[in-house]
Design a protein around this ligand. Structure first.
Ligand SMILES: C[S@@+](CC[C@H](N)C(=O)[O-])C[C@H]1O[C@@H](n2cnc3c(N)ncnc32)[C@H](O)[C@@H]1O
Length: 160
């Protein structure tokens, strides 16, 4: 059976004529390196406890933005699902055979294909962060790195 490509639609799926891609100016700040080479083998959801260690390679330009991150155990990672189509409003996921609205799903197919995962930070080496809990293809562009809590409410700053 031929592998499906991003352009394919399944029964019950609906796409629209998407607007020109000019609304926002986004900078990719690095790339994510994982064991998965395609969408089929990439897990649906990362495992922050037992998943493989993956590398978030930050562009050295942003090195200074890592200050204060050391010692944190969990981070929220935002990334750009660069192989996802952006015009699908109803999708037919693997479960059930019916159309479901894109905003009711965590599928990578969305108008702005931004994914998010909470990961466990194992270590930082230079501008590389080694984490568990990702679910994206090797080479996926990095959009942002955030702590789970606001800076002034982070448990690390208020030891018991
Ligand atoms: C269901 S999404 C969940 C992403 C994220 N954890 C979230 O909840 O926003 C994960 C799936 O996206 C697909 N995927 C992974 N990397 C991708 C990429 N760079 N472009 C398009 N699809 C990707 C894979 O099929 C993977 O199983």
């Amino acid at each position: 059976m031929a592998e499906s490509v991003p352009g394919d639609l399944r029964p019950h799926e609906i796409a629209v004529n998407a607007p020109p891609r000019s609304d926002a100016d986004l900078w990719f700040i690095g790339s994510i390196h994982t064991p998965w080479v395609d969408r089929k083998t990439s897990p649906k959801k990362g495992d922050a406890k037992d998943g493989p260690v993956c590398e978030i390679r930050l562009d050295p330009l942003w090195r200074g933005a890592l200050l204060g991150l050391e010692g944190k155990s969990q981070l929220q990672i935002l990334y750009w699902m660069h192989q996802a189509r952006r015009d699908v409003v109803q999708q037919n996921p693997d479960f059930g055979d019916r159309g479901i609205g894109t905003f009711a799903l965590r599928s990578p197919l969305r108008p702005n294909p931004i994914a998010s995962s909470v990961v466990t930070l194992e270590r930082i080496e230079g501008t590389s962060l080694f984490v568990r809990g990702l679910d994206c293809i090797d080479g996926t562009p990095l959009v942002d790195i955030k702590p789970i809590f606001c800076y002034d409410e982070q448990p690390e700053r208020h030891p018991a």
